[in-house]
Design a protein around this ligand. Sequence first.
Ligand SMILES: [Mn+2]
Length: 366
Amino acid sequence: MVKIIHTGDVHIGKQFKNFSDCEYGKNRRIDILSTFINIVKMAKESEVDILLVAGDLFDEDTCELSDIELINSEFKKLTKTNVLICAGNHDPIDEDSYYRLVNWSKNVYIFDNCNGIEHKDFPDINLAVYSVSWNTKERKDDILKSINIDNYDRINILMLHGDLENKESKYLPLDKNELQSYGFEYIALGHIHKPTMYSDKMCYSGSPEPLDFGETSEHGVIKTEVSKQMTTTKFASISKRRYHIIEIEIDENMNKLDIVELIKNEISDLGKEDIYRVKLTGIKNSLLKFNLSSFKDEFIDYAQFIQFIDETKNNYDLVKLRENNKHNMVGLFIEEMMRKDLNNPIVKDALNIGLELLLDEKVKIK
Ligand SMILES: [Mn+2]
């Protein structure tokens, strides 16, 4: 029996460019690196035979050499585990790739053939691992036709970075049934960041750390035990943090404190190490000065990072507002809008948006 940990899509050095908050990106890069080191430690403690990295170990453009040297020194500590890595679309093996530049520990095997599936043989544990690396950012070639199983008595494993979910994908579209037809004892997939287990024999490990608000599920690694007779697979959670999207509905009777309390109630059970996007909906009191960036300070002890999206609407007192703005644009706008059917939700929205712009009350948050 062969013991395996399967990971991939680690994205060491990821830039997180959608976040203007530099601290956030810096912290997440540290999280990713330390989670990957935890995976190597897990491999050492559970004495697995092989650690598979199914592509996108790092982000080629932004990862620093020192990070790769650090993980290489962690690989060196593995006395019973071989590490097998294929390159994906974010870390393609080109001329000056870290895969070529780094003096890798002798237990690290990098698949450097990008044109066809090759295999590495481990006769002492009766294992062969088949894989192919990427040297481009996109590919749609029929790579499976290059599979040529050398020895059917071996425990044969296939590791691929590609897309099983979208036949039109630019990232090596693959067919589930065709993949399963080759008789591999386990297929370790990379590219989709959400852990996805099609069966004990075919899984996406997903990213060990979730990488954005699109990845709100649990993240970790796949632990597999494989023999010629049986494959047993389980998911092991490992991420430092999770992403949560929370929707909070407010009403016009709430003041700032009420809203802060409401949010605190919602997130306090989820974990203060986590990352939150709080979407505020409902009607807010138009007298309430809404400064969402000042909200952030209220949650220092409740969240590692919190982001607000304001989708609330105002309850304007139209008569009073018109009266106070008789001689300006605001007053004219209200007068014009009041001639229309304000029970029509589109008209109501137009009124609200117009007033927000004219009164310049909307505080924009990245
Ligand atoms: Mn990826």
